[in-house]
Design a protein around this ligand. Structure first.
Ligand code: PMM
Length: 282
């Protein structure tokens, strides 16, 4: 079955953190961050995802105050310019302050597990809410990376989160699902998820896909880059592979793709749209 992906949106990544794996430390100055967001939008991003906490393994959590100080000036400045801003946070108070400052979407990589107050806040504000799949907060570390069927289990666990959120008063129209590429998943799991994305889409809610520059895209042609043997290519060399995954995501019916570098993904999505339109006209 062919799907219409003409409206697959692009979410540009803006990490105002010192330690994110790809752009950590680049946009910690609010003015530089706002300027970068303007670039992302001019290049074709539909919204900008501002994050003040890195989820990179081993990174130390900022305090809530630190996170607020990182994100709020940037969210306020961008919202004042009319930009659609998403706030990438696991903390309800940060989400609340960002929404008050003009953000339109809460992107929560913990799917509501990181802060028990998140569901209630999302219900009360009516904001759009991304529920990402991540087992990182499970108490049993051995269960985190074990899947018999990753697509099926991600779908089931996302379904459980949706049920819980609806029970807290969140409305279905607010929800966006994200299978959480790279979050308690190894490379094989990520490839299986990419191949099975249509099954996540079939759950019936909009789906956001965040593969951008992730490690599993850094091992495609080890001979073609200069990294020591066994090392993945540097994150910034993974944008062509990211664009390929954006196209596959769109083909599977994704609502949006979350990317660091907009032009390759924008062009990949235009290629798909043009071929669809040509096909429709036959
Ligand atoms: N990945 C990262 C951070 N936030 N949010 C969603 N919804 N989906 C993702 O896959 C996701 C995310 C990690 O990447 P980054 O550190 O470069 O932002």
């Amino acid at each position: 079955m062919r799907r219409d992906m003409r409206h697959t949106s692009i979410m540009g990544v803006l990490n105002v953190t010192p330690d994110s794996f790809s752009d950590g430390g680049r946009w910690t100055d609010p003015e530089a961050a706002v300027a970068h967001a303007r670039t992302l939008l001019a290049q074709g991003a539909d919204l900008v995802d501002v994050g003040g906490e890195s989820t990179r393994p081993g990174s130390t959590r900022p305090s809530e105050q630190e996170e607020l100080e990182r994100v709020l000036p940037v969210v306020s400045a961008l919202a004042a310019e009319g930009c659609a801003v998403s706030i990438d946070t696991m903390r309800a108070p940060v989400a609340e302050a960002a929404l008050q400052a003009g953000a339109v979407l809460v992107n929560d990589v913990s799917g509501g597990l990181g802060d028990p107050a998140m569901g209630e806040l999302v219900a009360a504000t009516g904001a759009r809410y991304v529920v990402m799949h991540w087992r990182g907060l499970l108490s049993d570390p051995a269960a985190r990376h074990h899947y018999d069927d990753v697509v099926q289990e991600v779908c089931r666990e996302l379904g459980d989160r949706v049920e819980a959120l609806l029970g807290q008063g969140v409305r279905q129209e607010q929800l966006v699902l994200d299978p959480g590429f790279g979050f308690s998943k190894d490379a094989a799991h990520n490839w299986q998820l990419l191949a099975g994305l249509d099954r996540v889409v079939a759950l019936g809610l909009p789906v956001l896909v965040g593969t951008s520059r992730k490690r599993f895209l850094g091992r495609l042609a080890p001979q073609a880059h200069q990294a020591p043997e066994g090392e993945p290519s540097p994150p910034a060399d993974r944008d062509a592979a990211t664009a390929a995954t954006s196209l596959l995501a769109a083909q599977a019916g994704a609502w949006a793709v979350r990317v660091h570098e907009v032009p390759p993904t924008r062009d990949a999505l235009v290629v798909w749209r043009m071929t669809q339109e040509a096909d429709d006209a036959r």
